[in-house]
Design a protein around this ligand. Sequence first.
Ligand SMILES: Nc1nc2c(ncn2[C@@H]2O[C@H](COP(=O)(O)OP(=O)(O)OP(=O)(O)O)[C@@H](O)[C@H]2O)c(=O)[nH]1
Length: 345
Amino acid sequence: MPNSAQTQLNHTLTLRIIELSILTLASSLVIRPLFVDLSDIFLWSAVVNLILTSVFYFVVRAHIVPKWEITLSLIVALIIIMPTLAISGGVNSQVAYFLPLYPILAALIGGARESIAITIILVICTLSATVFGHLLTDLTEEVYSAEKSFDRGFWLTAAIIFSAFFGHFFLRKYAELTTKLNEENTQDPLTGLLNRRGLNIYFSIELKKSLFTSSPLSLILIDVDYFKKVNDMFGHDIGDICLIEVGQLLKRNLRNQDIIARFGGEEFIIILPNTSKDGAALIAENLRNLVSKETFSDFNLPLTITLGVTEYEKHNDNALNMTKRADKALYRGKENGRNRVELSK
Ligand SMILES: Nc1nc2c(ncn2[C@@H]2O[C@H](COP(=O)(O)OP(=O)(O)OP(=O)(O)O)[C@@H](O)[C@H]2O)c(=O)[nH]1
């Protein structure tokens, strides 16, 4: 997922979590006094928490701390829960049941770092509440034996750690899945090269880099000559093999930084970072020469390519204009007899 989409999703999830906290606090403030006789400090702490959470909600909504909003929202949630826990029986409190949810929530809306940080904080708090439980003021006036408190503390810690592992496992699966999806979305299934979608992603990155660093950037558009004849005479399957082999030959003879994609049909496109039009013309000539000397498929078919070359003009230029210029040059190459390199005007 692109960064901006991930940021937007995280922001939305953070807002939903805070809304849920506000709803839970508000409803417990109204409902609990109907069933339990709570002391004033309990009610006041809930009111203060509700006000704090609402203020925080508007801070997040207004994007005031976009970089830290996830971490802050989790910390605020913990700050709200911890005092409630401390005055309602520590690890024996019903509020404690919510704690194991936090490492998963942190992994979902933040990532591995947030989840680990929250897990460490929670484990320290839970262990402290277990060991020093007898020092806590329990305003619900329930009585818990030390044995029961240790028992609960143990299981609570185990549940928090289990939840952290689950969050980690979820993140790994999510990363694997998104990588696979990205590959499937950006790869041409026949040649294994980038497809148009993949090309667009890398092309726009290279255009920005070139603008920022003032380094030249060139583009080569390539079309296999008389390819229809290959299909007509040897069949589509052999045509496919020829396309795969031409793609591999081109790719093998480029630098690591160069980007090659299947532009569609029997057309390929190459983006050459840090390369002027003259440099790109030399590369194009070398590729033309290599293809013309090679034979393709089990039928050892000779093939040639025609190439159109252009350079990024920086001002008032873009990917579409560059492709159009290269296409015009390519068309001239076809008109002038094919198996040629033509530069854009
Ligand atoms: N086997 C195979 N053929 C394809 C594929 N995509 C496009 N083609 C074929 O590529 C051929 C392109 O033909 P034309 O556009 O007429 O061009 P050409 O025969 O290469 O002639 P010039 O480009 O003018 O040199 C068509 O026969 C398409 O069917 C593919 O994925 N596999």
